[in-house]
Design a protein around this ligand. Structure first.
Ligand code: HEC
Ligand code: HEC
Ligand code: HEC
Ligand code: HEC
Length: 169
């Protein structure tokens, strides 16, 4: 009797979760974004990211130095949550560190050209956009606020990693 109740409860919870996350957008990895976001004309988003520390953020967890003190760092959620934050949702992308889709949302449905051309349709298909500088800063601070007790200067840091589409003439 009790067992049946537990099973029933689990089903209720499960169906609630499915309805909540009904649209199952999945993570496709930066190589997919690269196809269209690498040229000068597009704004070189891929090369800019690839050359930034964000694309390498998983690496420090595997360094000899870290391992000496923290042998479980590459598996430790307390480190991964900032250094490879998709470790649960997309473990295969762990080595991409802070990858495009962490900031822009899972790309399975919006990465098609016909969708990407429209901002509105992209958002309906999982693209995250930031409406203000404040919103961007807030996102950065989820990891950078007092990370390892280091100060974070948003303006300076944003200059280092930003990757706008160039203005069209
Ligand atoms: C098939 C080509 C293609 C692929 C693949 C693609 N994009 Fe795009 N994306 C575009 C085009 C075209 C635009 C329109 C931007 C413009 O004005 O040039 C765009 C716009 C964007 C924008 C700006 C949206 C806005 O209006 O603020 C973001 C962010 C973005 N893409 C992220 C990504 C990410 C992340 C991936 C990988 C998951 C990806 N794109 C894959 C073609 C693509
Ligand atoms: C709250 C987010 C956060 C957590 C949690 C976190 N880190 Fe970091 N870590 C950062 C940020 C941000 C930086 C970059 C700081 C900078 O350079 O300004 C960093 C830098 C580092 C560096 C230096 C990397 C380099 O390129 O030299 C190492 C090593 C490191 N973290 C290891 C760890 C380990 C091990 C853990 C888990 C015990 C951990 N971190 C947990 C955010 C975090
Ligand atoms: C999910 C966590 C996370 C988020 C969100 C995040 N970062 Fe980072 N960032 C890191 C980690 C971890 C590192 C260190 C990587 C390393 O050193 O290997 C880092 C490194 C950097 C660096 C290089 C630091 C240096 O001194 O060279 C800059 C710049 C930076 N982040 C800017 C930003 C900005 C701007 C935003 C918001 C748009 C942002 N980050 C959002 C985790 C994050
Ligand atoms: C640390 C977070 C972060 C990462 C990682 C990141 N972006 Fe962005 N990206 C932003 C923010 C914030 C903006 C500016 C706000 C916006 O347009 O939504 C932006 C803007 C963009 C734009 C639109 C620029 C414009 O002028 O309209 C494109 C396209 C884009 N990113 C693609 C990518 C691609 C492709 C990758 C990976 C190769 C990537 N981004 C990695 C945070 C990030």
């Amino acid at each position: 009797m009790k067992r049946a109740r537990i099973i029933l409860m689990s089903l209720v919870v499960l169906s609630f979760l499915i309805s909540l996350f009904g649209q199952e957008f999945t993570y496709v990895g930066a190589d997919k974004c690269k196809i269209c976001h690498k040229t000068e004309k597009q704004g070189k988003q891929f090369p800019i990211w690839d050359g930034s520390k964000h694309s390498q953020a998983f690496k420090p967890l595997t360094s000899e130095e870290v391992k000496a003190e923290n042998p479980d760092a590459p598996e430790n959620p307390a480190c991964l949550k900032c250094h490879a934050p998709l470790f649960e949702k997309a473990p295969e992308l762990k080595e991409e560190g802070i990858t495009c889709e962490l900031c822009h949302g899972p790309g399975s449905a919006y990465k098609k050209l016909s969708v990407m051309k429209s901002r509105e349709t992209s958002v309906k298909n999982g693209l995250i956009v930031y409406e203000s500088t404040e919103a961007i800063k807030k996102q950065c601070l989820t990891c950078h606020e007092n990370a390892h007790e280091k100060p974070f200067d948003f303006e300076v840091s944003w200059e280092k990693i930003k990757h706008p589409v160039p203005e069209k003439e």
